[in-house]
Design a protein around this ligand. Structure first.
Ligand code: PMP
Length: 282
């Protein structure tokens, strides 16, 4: 049985209920975080909790728990769900209040945490297809907001076009995917858009930038134009669940050689090695 955490209580997921006037339901007034667990061990927990704290601060929601309490609660949830590999979903909303846009006073935030099974990705031999669309989202994409309608509509376009992901373009520049960050390789140099208000600061993105730097593979966090995207030798997606995935078709055009890239293969191996090191040390 899947166990969830809701407002101080561990209970079967099916029994976890929230009132309809929760501001998360009414306004999408809340934030979330997604943390991977490999064989019972959290990966990059501090980084994920830091991003959770940043998101809360950016929406003026007081963090309901100290960092140590978050860790304790999450580890208890992992144990309740039999250890193993899981994805922990954490959501905090501004709580239950009369429906009015402005912040309610003295309202307790709603805290929900769930666990779902995580099948670690394998190193693929075939790349994925992606499409591009204009980035129709708001200008605070650095907040991991639960209001994901833009992302939902954009990802659905990918599915409707038999693609893995929709890569987004704003004002002639690459931002990110509907639920992923994007890397491109041009003449042996790896590029990924800089962290600003136009993208989510992906934890996998940061790990990949670090392992590339440590391995002396040139990697620049600089703006990537649509033209650079369309002429890239390699394109990769990163996310907690995908880790780093190769793209071989962009809007039905072949990327590079049409095969998974050599730099991607190295990046994949570096990421796996780093993950193993960190998990062994924990
Ligand atoms: N960008 C967006 C919009 C996302 O929703 C996500 C998370 N799925 C990512 C990037 C990747 O972030 P992370 O590596 O922390 O999973």
């Amino acid at each position: 049985m899947t166990i969830a955490y809701l407002n101080g209580e561990f209970l079967p997921l099916a029994d976890a209920k929230i009132p309809v006037l929760d501001r998360g339901f009414i306004f999408g007034d809340g934030i979330y975080e997604v943390i991977p667990v490999y064989h019972g061990k959290l990966f990059q927990a501090q980084e994920h909790l830091q991003r959770l704290e940043n998101s809360l601060e950016k929406i003026n929601l007081v963090n309901p728990y100290a960092r140590a309490t978050w860790l304790e609660l999450i580890n208890t949830l992992i144990a309740h769900n039999q250890g193993g590999s899981q994805i922990i979903y954490v959501q905090v909303t501004r709580g239950v209040a009369k429906r009015q846009h402005h912040f309610p006073e003295n309202t307790t935030p709603t805290v929900l945490m769930t666990s779902s099974p995580f099948t670690e990705p394998n190193k693929v031999t075939e790349g994925y297809h992606v499409i591009t669309r204009p980035d129709i989202r708001w200008l605070n994409c650095d907040i991991k907001s639960i209001a994901l309608l833009g992302n939902v509509l954009l990802r659905q376009e990918a599915i409707a076009n038999q693609a893995k992901e929709t890569i987004l373009i704003r004002d002639g520049y690459l931002t990110e995917g509907a639920a992923t960050n994007v890397f491109v390789v041009l003449q042996g140099i790896v590029f990924t858009p800089p962290k600003n208000n136009l993208i989510l600061p992906g934890i996998t993105r940061d790990v990949l930038v670090k392992v590339l730097h440590d391995a002396n593979i040139p990697c620049q966090e600089t703006a990537v134009s649509e033209a650079q995207l369309r002429t890239a030798d390699e394109i990769w997606l990163t996310s907690t669940s995908l880790e780093v995935a190769p793209i071989t078709r962009l809007d039905n055009q072949i990327v590079g050689t049409g095969k998974v890239g050599a730099v991607w293969s190295t990046a994949w191996d570096l990421l796996q090695r780093y993950k193993q090191q960190i998990l062994q040390a924990n």
